[in-house]
Design a protein around this ligand. Structure first.
Ligand SMILES: CC(=O)SCCNC(=O)CCNC(=O)[C@H](O)C(C)(C)COP(=O)(O)OP(=O)(O)OC[C@H]1O[C@@H](n2cnc3c(N)ncnc32)[C@H](O)[C@@H]1OP(=O)(O)O
Ligand SMILES: O=C([O-])CC(=O)C(=O)O
Length: 371
């Protein structure tokens, strides 16, 4: 047996959801650049789940279904109010709230395709509400119900801030959601597939995936990017700070990628948005600092900025609290997880690789009293 540490380069499944070929990302064959420039997040979710773009009627009714399912059961809202939110990370709260939602879903253990699609819609709709409600409750505010005339990105910002967002804010969140929606067999998606391949339920698969996304080597990196930028403080401190981190063999958050070598095709969209939004809000130092870091790491280590790098300054300039960055990633990636879960059920086989045993062999058992 041979091992590939971290399963690097291992093809673990076939999939027709998204592809990364020669550093180009597509969803169901559509280029990410076209989708990022032109589509709403709802269109992308529909595409990932149905393998085709919706026509305007289909899109209208899909949007309606999402909005109609955004409200949370009272028990979940009460639960969010029941613990010390000041000390709880929103990704931990989200992980538990999603698991809890399953207890109030009478179809939670139904395994047929139609029931799973209905659950997918309910979950995709409710995650935005959970993230927004969490943020409001911990700031001593009442949660805000969604508005039926607003789209997904708009409703999220409305539920977060209790005021209808400006067009540019909606555009930024919508684009970020489109760019984060799916990414082949990333760690959290793989986690969800491993979980449901035992024929466990959708809620279990999503709860497991949220846990995997939370880590700093994956979705948790975006929050750490902003922590790093805040520590750096001013543009002129950026390179000395990075040099010191690298001398200590510390990883620079938002840099590097397992699959992309030349560059992450999503980063340029977020970079452009970061420039626009930071300039507009008089905070261009975050963008300038980010560019210095990106260029330095590229020259020194040949590593590209990944999707988490510029999303940090984008969300920051929208006034979003830093620990909500990864939950926003989760809101989007839900769509990809659900697409992969449905695909896994559709052609399932238990996922169970092997480990090469490297521990001691032929040990003599000694009774406990003689050890
Ligand atoms: C949405 C996402 O999940 S995108 C990824 C988000 N994660 C991050 O931004 C965290 C920072 N980046 C990393 O830790 C890594 O680049 C990962 C986890 C993304 C990919 O990791 P891997 O493919 O396993 O690469 P690995 O960690 O083995 O690194 C290979 C080499 O590049 C270096 N390297 C990789 N990323 C970085 C980084 N961000 N900063 C400094 N050095 C790095 C490693 O130190 C190693 O160098 P060495 O060969 O001299 O020891
Ligand atoms: O694919 C990966 O390994 C990580 C990533 O960029 C993502 O999940 O979007």
């Amino acid at each position: 047996m041979s091992t590939a540490k971290g399963l690097e380069g291992v093809i673990a499944t076939e999939s027709s959801i998204s592809s990364i070929i020669d550093d180009q990302l597509t969803y169901v064959g559509y280029k990410i650049d076209d989708l990022a420039e032109n589509s709403s997040f709802e269109e992308v979710v529909y595409l990932l789940w149905n393998k085709q773009l919706p026509n305007s009627e289909e899109l209208k009714s899909f949007k309606k279904e999402l909005i109609n399912n955004m409200e949370l059961p009272k028990e979940v809202l009460d639960h969010l109010k029941s613990y010390d939110l000041a000390t709880v990370h929103p990704m931990a709260a989200l992980r538990t709230a999603v698991s809890l939602l399953g207890l109030f879903d009478s179809e939670a253990d139904e395994m047929d395709q139609d029931a799973n699609v209905r659950k997918a819609i309910r979950l995709q709709a409710k995650i935005a509400t959970i993230v927004a409600a969490f943020a409001r409750i911990r700031n001593g505010k009442e949660p805000v119900a969604p508005k039926s005339n607003l789209g997904y990105a708009e409703n999220f910002l409305y539920m977060l801030n209790a005021e209808e967002p400006k067009d540019l804010e909606v555009e930024a969140i919508n684009k970020a959601l489109v760019l984060h929606a799916d990414h082949e067999l990333n760690a959290s998606t793989f986690t969800s597939r491993v979980c449901v391949a035992t024929l466990s339920d959708v809620y279990s698969g999503i709860t497991a995936a949220i846990g995997a996304l939370k880590g700093p080597l994956h979705g948790g990196a975006n929050e750490r990017v902003m922590k790093m930028l805040t520590e750096i403080g001013e543009v002129e401190n950026a390179i000395p700070y990075i040099k010191e981190k690298m001398a200590n063999k510390e990883k620079i958050m938002g840099m590097g990628h397992r699959v992309y070598r030349k560059g992450d095709p999503r980063a340029k969209h977020l970079k452009k948005m970061s420039k626009e939004l930071t300039e507009l809000t008089g905070q261009s130092k975050w963008y300038e600092m980010s560019v210095e870091i990106e260029d330095y790491i590229k020259n020194e280590k040949g590593l590209p900025a990944n999707v988490d790098f510029y999303s940090a300054s984008v969300y920051h300039s929208l006034g979003i609290e830093h620990d909500l960055f990864t939950p926003i990633f989760a809101m989007s990636r839900f769509s990809g997880w659900l697409a992969h879960i449905l695909e896994q059920y559709d052609n399932n086989r238990l996922i169970r690789p092997r480990a090469e045993y490297v521990g001691p062999k032929n040990q003599e058992y000694v009774p406990v009293e003689d050890r």
